[in-house]
Design a protein around this ligand. Structure first.
Ligand SMILES: Nc1ncnc2c1ncn2[C@@H]1O[C@H](COP(=O)(O)OP(=O)(O)OP(=O)(O)O)[C@@H](O)[C@H]1O
Ligand SMILES: O=C(O)c1ccc[n+]([C@@H]2O[C@H](COP(=O)([O-])O)[C@@H](O)[C@H]2O)c1
Length: 244
């Protein structure tokens, strides 16, 4: 038997509301787990991708949504690439993984994109049988107590802290204990990937290769759009100026 007109309209309205978010929560008796990987992604790199893939496996997530921040809260004094470029690179980097989705949910939002607001909006969209897991680096976990509406945030999602190489977890744990906020944090040991967006930007500035640090499609985009001072001649080509 097909759906009634009312049901079709409800589903259609839901799809519009969710935009590029995954459909989850349809079976009332089943528990779903939505992973959200938030970041500036300027540019996205293999550290982000490995952390998300590992969170997907270890926490048995249904899907991981990569959500480039619109205007990142803590990077207002820094120059950040256009949201469209960061979203495009995120889309290119995640397209070949069926576990991943790239979302415009934050880049399309005006103003500073606070995570508590994002999670509240997601909570309103999904039914209660969908749990949200916000994935972030363990360094960010130490900071999270200073995020906007940290207490509200703690009630909206579980946190997944990906440990970066050389990172001492006791700092994050102490910060959380001292805040008195009851965050539910799972720490993930991500293999030693000392990769960061700043390191990639620096390599581009010096005309150095990004191969194996980020997917080739992202490198191609960086050169095509000449981000971070990249030469348009193609990846691997060294600029004549600006190399140390
Ligand atoms: N190599 C990595 N392994 C695990 N998590 C990471 C790694 N790099 C970044 N993260 C985490 O991913 C999230 C998004 O990171 P972000 O987009 O700011 O990249 P970044 O490499 O930290 O950038 P930048 O070098 O510009 O500070 C953050 O929570 C960050 O802690
Ligand atoms: O909401 C906040 O106050 C807040 C403060 C700092 C960072 N965040 C979020 O944490 C994620 C990683 O941020 P960043 O700056 O390390 O790329 C990204 O989704 C940000 O929106 C959120």
């Amino acid at each position: 038997m097909g759906l009634s007109i009312d049901e079709i309209e409800r589903v259609a309205a839901d799809v519009v509301r969710r935009g590029d978010l995954p459909m989850l929560g349809q079976e009332p008796g089943r528990a779903y787990r939505l992973g959200v990987m938030g970041g500036t992604f300027d540019p996205i790199h293999n550290g982000h991708l490995v952390a998300a893939e590992q969170a997907f496996d270890d926490l048995e997530l249904d899907t991981v949504v990569f959500m480039p921040a619109g205007r990142p809260a803590f990077k207002q004094d820094k120059q950040v690439s256009e949201g469209e470029d960061r979203y495009a690179m995120t889309l290119l980097a995640t397209a070949d993984n069926p576990h991943f989705l790239a979302s415009r949910f934050e880049v399309d939002r005006a103003g500073i994109t606070y995570t508590a607001d994002t999670l509240e909006r997601l909570r309103a969209i999904y039914p209660e049988n969908v749990e949200i897991y916000f994935i972030t680096g363990a360094d960010a976990i130490a900071d999270i107590v200073r995020w906007r509406d940290a207490e509200r945030l703690s009630r909206l999602a579980h946190l997944v802290g990906a440990t970066r190489p050389g990172y001492d977890l006791s700092h994050a744990q102490r910060a959380i204990e001292e805040s008195g906020i009851r965050f539910d944090v799972t720490y993930l040991e991500v293999p030693a990937l000392a990769i960061s967006s700043s390191y990639l930007r620096e390599r581009v500035r010096h005309g150095q290769s990004l191969r194996y640090l980020t997917p080739d499609a992202v490198t191609g985009y960086i050169h095509k759009h000449q981000l971070y001072g990249a030469s348009q001649l193609g990846y691997g080509s060294k600029p004549t100026e600006g190399r140390e």
